[in-house]
Design a protein around this ligand. Sequence first.
Ligand SMILES: [Mg+2]
Length: 179
Amino acid sequence: MTVAVFLDRDGVINFDHGYVSSWDQFEFMPGVPEALHGLAQAGYQLVIVSNQSGIGRGFYTEADLRKLNEHINNHLKDSFDIQMAGFYHCPHHPTEAKGEFLMQCDCRKPEPGMILQASRDLGIDVRGSLLVGDKNSDIAAGRAAGVGRLFKVSPQGGCDDGDLDVESISALPDVLSRL
Ligand SMILES: [Mg+2]
């Protein structure tokens, strides 16, 4: 068994410009690669769990997202020597998606499906793991999955649903070293 940091993507890893679907729209938030490196050094697998209803809404395709994930993965590997363990996404939406993507699924956060699937795939001890999100639905998904520690990134402050508020993910390695 291994432990992981389950990472929401938009608003945690990159600026949330809304339905980011290509590398040219993808902008890392400050200090993120360094923070990911620190977390990996501390022994955590790095797993992205991201609601991507833009696929279901027809704004972009699974192939577009795969391409973007490859870019992110290669950039982190080549420039920062960071190995991502997995990218999980939910393409569904219960009311706004089209065709096969229109459904009440068990993967769209706040449901815990992506976290549970990643844990089965990668042999992750959920209880010993962390989750970082910027929305209450991220925190709720982590709680429902039984993730041991939940962090809410809150650059504006005033959020209280996570176990611990951090200003950004860049604060996490330091916060963990003091727990
Ligand atoms: Mg987010």
